[in-house]
Design a protein. Structure first.
Length: 464
């Protein structure tokens, strides 16, 4: 999403149990070309009321006030751009914290009935928590479904249920194999097209140089682990609303996934440190870790810490479980819902549509310091976006590879307690990170913890 190396700017690291919980596959409010953007502005103009003047934000006198919470760096540019593009709505931006700090404040404001924003940045895996408690507006009544065709199908599915649309999809994090081309040449390694080749290369490299690893396995980053599981068709959750939920970390596919990685972990062929940290980026820069199973936002996160390896990094498609396939995964990204407490939902919807569904907005959002990766196909498929270069990747074009991955990613159904899952995972998987516990055993422990929690919350739990 942006160039800041604070991981909470992109996605929250661990959950906080006080936030609202819940899930449903939701429909991201979609984008449109300039005609649809014009329609959104027209709708806002028709329903506007005289209120206050916020000249500092480019607002006109008497514009309807809309409060917007977001943590993406550079979002103030978009707010001013929108405010100056029309005269009836005045958006005010507040950054109350990235990820969980924002979600806790949201939950508290929604519970008390006062202080909640009209629109806020909410990650895909947390959106269902607000939908299941009826805290977000169904944007279909404001024309959201006409934007559907402009978004990657998986993104739209993650934020919709049938014809109901509960947020606008924003950015995404399609995954790729990000590797140090100079060191791959040094060790005579080729890009692994299959996971079998990946495992063989991990063993080969570490045997040749015991101080080097093909990559790092960040076991305590549950979102990252779940993204890898989804690419293996081993995603452990199923939820479509209501009181029934499936939790399956111990099924055949899930155990096969865990055993595959444990074989390398047990042989110490993979590094085991927290990811998206100065420590992990330092290991990459020094040549300790030769690759990163990364999201599209990875290069911008790594860049501030890169010193020795600038220009050496390239992007390839993720290894496949079956040769010849093109299965992708997504790690990260946010949506932009309108909350039920909003006094001006039509104007709030119009802003969210413009922010996520227009080329005018996306031309700004893909640039630093925001550096968002779009789910909005007109921008995603544009030559200008595909041809973006970054110093850490030399003359290559990372967006070309990540863009293809975005097209092949599949939607997943997040559980109705993702916040609690993230909270528990930090300690449950710590033993895998330090080598004191196996990944299959951690999966079994985690299974028990989540099943217990879900039942306590009143859910009927299925385990396969």
């Amino acid at each position: 999403m942006q160039t800041s190396k604070n991981p909470n700017h992109r996605r929250r690291r661990l959950g906080i149990s006080g936030a609202a919980v819940g899930l449903a596959s939701l429909g991201m409010l979609a984008t449109a070309v300039s005609g649809a953007a014009s329609a959104s502005t027209t709708r806002a103009n028709k329903t506007a009321h005289k209120t206050v003047t916020r000249a500092a934000n480019g607002c006109a006198t008497g514009a309807v006030p809309i409060t917007f919470w977001a943590w993406v760096p550079g979002m103030n540019r978009l707010v001013k751009q929108y405010n100056t593009s029309q005269s009836k709505v005045c958006v005010t931006l507040d950054d109350v914290g990235a990820g969980n700090p924002e979600y806790v404040k949201l939950a508290e404001a929604l519970k008390s009935g006062t202080g909640a924003p009209d629109v806020a940045e909410v990650e895909y895996d947390e959106l269902p928590s607000f939908e299941v408690t009826h805290n977000v507006v169904n944007l279909a009544k404001y024309g959201a479904n006409k934007y559907k065709k402009y978004f990657d199908p998986w993104a739209w599915k993650e934020v919709s249920q049938g014809s109901a649309v509960y947020a606008m999809p924003g950015d995404a994090g399609p995954m790729g194999f990000y590797y140090n081309a100079k060191l791959f040449a040094k060790y005579h390694l080729t890009i692994p097209h299959t996971w079998a080749q990946f495992a063989a290369d991990a063993a080969k490299l570490h045997k040749e140089n015991p101080k080097a690893y093909l990559t790092n396995f960040a076991a305590t980053d549950l979102q990252w682990v779940l993204s890898l599981m989804s690419q293996d068709n081993a995603f452990p959750f199923k939820y479509t609303g209501g009181s029934n939920v499936t939790i399956d970390f111990t099924g055949k596919k899930q155990m096969a996934f865990a055993n595959f990685w444990q074989k390398m972990l047990g042989a110490h062929q993979l590094n085991g440190i927290p990811d998206v940290t100065a420590q992990s980026f330092g290991a990459m820069d020094r040549g300790v870790d030769l690759s990163w199973l990364s999201s599209a936002w990875g290069p911008s996160y790594f860049a501030p810490d890169a010193k020795q390896s600038i220009g050496n990094w390239r992007t390839a498609a993720m290894p496949q479980w079956q040769a010849g396939q093109h299965v992708a995964a997504n790690w990260g990204g946010s949506s932009y819902p309108v909350f039920s407490t909003s006094k001006h939902p039509a104007q709030a919807a119009a802003f969210s549509e413009w922010l996520n569904g227009t080329s005018a907005a996306w031309k700004t959002e893909v640039t630093a310091p925001s550096s968002l990766f779009p789910t909005f196909k007109p921008e995603l498929n544009s030559p200008a976006f595909a041809n973006i270069t970054v110093p850490i990747s030399g003359p290559s074009h990372p967006n070309t590879v990540f863009g293809e991955a975005g097209k092949n990613a599949a939607a997943v159904s997040w559980p109705p307690f993702m916040t609690e899952a993230l909270t528990l995972s930090g300690t449950t998987f710590a033993g895998v990170l330090n080598g004191k516990e196996s990944l299959p055993q951690a999966f079994k422990t985690f299974q028990g913890q989540l099943v217990k929690y879900a039942k306590q919350e009143g859910f009927t739990v299925h385990t396969n």
